[in-house]
Structures are given as C-alpha cells and as structure tokens.
Design a protein around this ligand. Structure first.
Ligand SMILES: Cc1ncc(COP(=O)(O)O)c(C=O)c1O
Length: 681
C-alpha cells in the first residue's frame, strides 16, 4: 500500500497514579478495548497497533490483546520512540497516528481531520495539541515516517525518547531539542480546553466510566459535551484539584513564585493595589516569596499561577462555607444561567430566599438583598436614621467601606469630617462604654451596630445589656452578622445567644462565594424601605439568590455549621498541642473560639509585623494559605485535610522555632514585610 496510514496506541500498565488503568473496565469493557473500538471508526486508518513495554508488568495487557487478535508490539520500556520507529519500519507506513491509552474518549472524527490535513497539504506534523481547543483527553498527533526518522536520528535525551513527539512539536523548546518541520494545528471553533477528559487518576476513571455507562455505543465527542451540559456537576467534580497525597508531595518541593511576581508587575500598572480588596492585596503577604494570585480552587484547596498547591484557611475572606466549587451549588447556578440571570421584574426566587431566611433567623420578619456586606450595613443605618429621625451611630467592630463607618477608622482619607463626627465607638463586651455614650449624647443616637460575636467570644450578659440599653434609649439595635452568620449558628449569633436585634445584616457565608448580602429585621422598621432609597440594579440577580438557596439548604440538611465548629475545636486542640511541645509555647497560641479560631501572638521578642510576615512565609512554604484566623468550611472536614494541616503546621512550628528565636530573625524573611491596613479586631 503506497500511502499506508497506521495508528499506534502507546500503553503501559505500570502507571503510578492509576495502576493497570488500560485494563480497568469502562462499563464492563477494558479501557484499551474501548479505545480501540473508537479508533476503528476512523475511515482513513489502515492498521491499528498497540505498543507497550517489554517488562513483565505488561504481560496481562498483552494476553488480553492477543486474545482479541490485536496487533501488539513490545519494545524498550523507556525508549518509546524506538518502539514507534520499529513499528513504522515494519509496516512501511507513510503516516503514523500517535495516540495514548489515557485518552479512551478519543474521537475518530478528529483523527480523520488530522489525517486529511497532513495528507492533503503534505505536512510533517499535525495535531490538536499545539494550541489546545479540544478537551484534554482527545489528543491526536499525526506525522510522516520521514518526520519520525528525523526525530529518531536527532534526539539524544531520555525525556524526548519517552515522549515521542517532543522534538516534532517543539513545545518545550527551551529544555529539549526542537526540529524544523511543517506543522499544523487542528482547532475547534469553541475553546473547550478547560475540560479534563483524560484518564490519569481515579476520579477521571469514575468520570469516564459514567460517560460509557450513560451514552449509547458509537457516541461522538459532541454527544459527551451535550451530556455534560445536562449534568454539569459531573464535570465540576472531575476538575477537582489533585488528591491529598499529590498536594502533600508538592509541598515538599521548595516553592517558586516566578509567575506570581511577573503577573504582579503587570497588574499593578492598571489595578491600583493590584487587588479589589485590601485584605487580598500584596500588602498582606511577604511579597516576592508568596503567591499574589490564585488560579483555581476546589474543596479546601487552591492553586496559584506557579502551580503551587495550598490548603486554604482564608476562603476568599470567609464567603466559602461549603468549599470551592461545591457541586450542588454550582450545578444549581448553571441550571439558573440557562433560565436567565436578571429580569425587568423581580424573580420569585427573591421571595423564596426571603421566606427561607425568615424561617431560620430569629429577628427576620422581612428581608431585602444587596451584593456586599457594606450594602446591608449601610441600608440598616439609613433605615435606623429614618425610623428614629436621629443621626448618631454607635459602632463596635468592622462594618464595611462606606463613609459612615470607615470615617471612624484610621483609613478615613476622603471622608468629610462632618460625616466622621456622626459615628462614635464603644468597646465590645463592655456595656458601660455604651451606657456612657448613650447618656452623653442623650436622644441623639439612631442606632447601635455591632458584631455580636467575633474573634473574642461574646459575653451573653453584655449582649443582653446592649439590648436593654437600646430599648431604654429607643435606639435601633443592629447586629452585623456578616461574618458570624452561617458560621456560629445557622440562625446567627442572635440565635445562639438568644438576644434579638431590630435589624441584622448577613453576607459572606450565605451563598458559598456568590455575591449576595441581606438585611433582615422587624416588620415595622423594614417597611420603611418603601420610603428610604435602597435600590440597586443587581439586588435581585438570580444566580446568587439560587446559590444562597442551595447553600443554606445544604448547610441545614447536613448540619454543616456544627460540623465546621467541631472541626475548629479539633484543629485548635491539635495545633495547641504542637505549639505547647515546642520552644514557641510562650509566644503563640490558637484561640478557643472554635467557630473562628485565630492565632494569638504573645510577648514575641520581635515586632509584630516581622513575626506575622515570617509566620505567613513559613505557612506558605508548608502548603498552608493561612492568615491570622482559621476560616473553616465543610470541605476541611473531609479528605484527610485535618491530618495534612496538622503535619504542615508541625513542620512550620519546628522551622519557626529556629527562625523566630534566632539572634537576627529578619535574615529569614525572603519577601517584603507585610503592611497593616488598620486594626479593628
Ligand atoms: C463584620 C463585617 N461587616 C461588614 C463587612 C463588609 O462586607 P463587604 O466587604 O462584603 O462589603 C465585613 C467585611 O469584611 C465584615 O467583616
């Protein structure tokens, strides 16, 4: 045959991550046979070969292939290139299609497209991997025997011998030799390269098995796409970040931040602070020796642009209560996307979420939505002022970025003095300090706003006294539960302490990372919403409302708030044990506020900024993305995360014992010292 075209599927059974993967059964049929059946649908391939290694581990595979009468070639275990060369010479093939057994979903239509291009235009190498647009796992490469011969003659390094086409595609040109070939890339009109359809780990196997169980034989890759559009959670689950073991292994390598640092230089040109939030900005991290961006998150883990993995204890500043990419929430949101994200009249979802909040939050009789915590607190202040016809506000805690609050902090640049003067501070857990304010400015206060529980446990008698003082002075009591909501108790701190405010604000944790906040409260005050102006285009946006409905129902159904608090308790106990057995026992402690444990530094003999910088740098090195608090989500309670955290923390404390207590701790800081924004807690 003059223009003979053969396909070679390279295959081995000794894969480290998923041993024997080629003979695992996908809906009762071994992976390799499934793949062969799919390749056989090609109209242009004349012969199909399976190439495997000579070592004993592959005997089982060869026995199966022999039984099924499949052309099999065994050659050098590591020099896969030589296997290809031998088959090509033996078969006198003009063109060779290279496939790998980790692509059981490979599609004959894509193979034939690649073959048509190489033969029609007399090219040397055609593939769909030069610029990826197909899902990962549909990889096809076609090359001429001449290209293979040139590669075989020029390649000397082991990597290129194992990865047959390294010299042809030249994608690693800085590391390995690259040939001069006429190349072409097969592209799909829509980019699906973010999808992972390859068979590499156990979770991939479950994903692909499900496809073979649910689609009729002879399906095309477009049928898989259609199936995943119907069941998007399957794809979400499969995109998870590696297993605990893998992440742990990565942790042992010294981390590099080249991409983060390069991206930062670019971002700072167009984004002041290179971040939308002070607390997420470079000022909080030892810049230079720290990640400055994240690419993706799944469960309790995140990955930075340099590929470093971390267990995340910041969780986007607390909105994540279930875990990144929770399949239930994301699936519900995807279904809603297909119905519409926003309308010109309210959607009935607003009413459904309001009813749900009224059923679980003691003070909630009516509800309105915003996007940020600051929207909710600012709306509450306006309502209180309208209700009482007074101007002054008493605050204890952090309540957002608007003038009325931030004017009372040291970050008050840009806030008129006249506004600043209207906000007065009192001390948390000290009812006398509030009593003093309310008496000093008699009949002037519209409201008292406070975080009813935070890094320090609330004293129940304090909350009761605040309630009584507000009643006595006819002042609106507002609980800012933006953090405590859905974390301390499903009904907030008001439910836990049984002290009922007039208005309360929720945000962060209510929708597992989707932007929504809520102001809830007594009917007689909430009704004034009709008179004041709290009105915003995206207040009723359906995706976040859907996310909130799904998140809250899941929190309730699986009793997750309690599970997260129990995790916080276990974690604090284990970490305190590690600290107490170390030289740092007099300097560091984990607080016993179990729903939100924090790291307390005591009498440390260096400046707090340097100590915090060294701590953060060390935690990052050990694979923990951890600030001053342990922000906990449901995903932490699973998959060995407690054990991995404890081990990483142990290594951190061992290293910090040397660094913090040395004569010159500063020499250990490889990045910049952190800069504090301001301190309210
Ligand atoms: C207690 C509290 N209230 C209000 C806010 C403001 O919320 P947002 O940043 O979503 O506007 C925050 C944010 O950290 C908060 O912690």
């Amino acid at each position: 045959m003059k223009n003979k075209i053969i396909a070679i599927i390279q295959c081995r059974l000794n894969s480290r991550r998923l041993p024997n993967k080629a003979i695992l059964k996908l809906n009762k049929v071994p992976v390799i046979i499934r793949m062969l059946n799919r390749v056989k649908k090609s109209k242009l391939i004349n012969e199909i070969w399976v190439a495997t290694g000579i070592s004993k581990e592959n005997d089982k595979l060869c026995k199966l292939l022999l039984k099924k009468n499949i052309r099999t070639f065994r050659g050098d275990d590591n020099n896969v290139l030589s296997r290809f060369m031998d088959i090509a010479s033996k078969t006198k093939a003009k063109y060779i299609v290279r496939l790998t057994a980790d692509c059981p979903l490979v599609d004959a239509s894509i193979i034939d497209k690649a073959i048509t291009s190489i033969t029609k235009y007399k090219l040397d190498y055609v593939s769909n991997i030069l610029k990826r647009t197909y899902p990962d796992g549909l990889d096809v490469e076609v090359f001429s025997r001449n290209t293979l011969k040139k590669t075989f003659e020029n390649v000397t390094d082991d990597y290129s011998k194992e990865h047959v086409t390294t010299y042809m595609h030249g994608l690693h040109k800085k590391k390995y030799k690259k040939g001069q070939f006429k190349k072409f890339n097969i592209e799909n009109a829509i980019n699906f390269s973010h999808m992972r359809w390859t068979l590499d780990e156990e979770k991939d196997f479950h994903f692909i098995n499900d496809i073979f169980c649910n689609l009729k034989n002879d399906f095309f890759w477009e049928d898989v796409l259609e199936y995943l559009t119907k069941y998007p959670e399957k794809l979400i689950r499969n995109n998870m970040i590696g297993t605990g073991l893998k992440a742990n292994k990565v942790n042992k390598k010294k981390k590099a931040f080249l991409k983060s640092n390069k991206l930062f230089k670019r971002a700072i040109n167009t984004v002041p602070l290179a971040s939308q939030t002070f607390s997420k900005s470079y000022t909080m991290w030892p810049k230079g020796n720290s990640p400055l961006f994240f690419d993706r998150g799944h469960g309790a883990r995140v990955v930075d642009p340099d590929g470093n993995h971390y267990i995340d204890y910041i969780l986007g500043l607390l909105p994540i209560t279930l875990g990144y990419c929770d399949p239930d929430v994301d699936n519900a949101v995807i279904q809603q996307i297909m119905k519409g994200t926003i309308f010109s009249l309210p959607s009935t979802l607003e009413m459904k979420l309001s009813e749900l909040l009224v059923s679980i939050i003691p003070s909630a009789e009516m509800v309105r939505f915003g996007k940020n915590g600051s929207d909710a607190t600012t709306a509450a202040i306006r309502l209180a002022r309208a209700f009482t016809n007074r101007d002054l506000i008493a605050v204890a805690g952090y309540h957002g970025w608007h003038d009325w609050y931030i004017g009372s902090s040291s970050r008050n640049l840009g806030v008129p003095k006249s506004v600043e003067k209207l906000t007065k501070k009192f001390t948390f857990n000290d009812a006398e300090s509030l009593k003093y304010l309310l008496s000093k400015y008699h009949n002037k206060f519209a409201c008292v706003i406070l975080e009813p529980s935070g890094l320090i446990d609330a004293d129940k008698s304090f909350l009761k006294s605040v309630r009584e003082l507000c009643n006595k002075h006819k002042v609106v009591l507002i609980f800012d539960e933006v953090i405590s909501g859905f974390r301390i108790n499903l009904g907030g701190a008001q439910k836990k302490y049984n002290v009922i405010p007039d208005l309360s604000c929720f945000g962060k944790g209510m929708a597992n990372g989707y932007p929504i906040s809520a102001i809830v409260g007594k009917r007689k005050i909430m009704k004034i919403m009709k008179e004041i102006f709290f009105s915003t285009t995206f207040g009723g946006e359906t995706l976040s409302i859907t996310a909130a409905l799904t998140t809250i129902k899941k929190l309730k159904r699986l009793n997750i708030v309690e599970k997260n608090i129990n995790y916080g308790k276990l974690l604090s106990e284990r970490l305190n044990k590690i600290i107490n057995a170390s030289k740092l026992k007099n300097y560091i402690e984990i607080s016993k506020v179990y729903w939100w444990p924090r790291i307390i530094l005591k009498d440390i003999p260096i400046t707090e900024d340097l100590a915090v910088s060294l701590l953060r740098q060390e935690f990052i090195e050990q694979g923990l993305f951890l600030g001053s608090t342990f922000n906990i989500c449901y995903a932490h309670t699973k998959n060995n995360i407690l054990k991995l955290t404890t081990e990483s923390f142990h290594r951190s404390i061992e290293n910090l014992s040397v660094k913090l207590l040395s004569k010159n701790p500063k020499i250990y800081l490889k990045g910049d010292t952190i800069e504090k924004t301001f301190k309210v807690r």
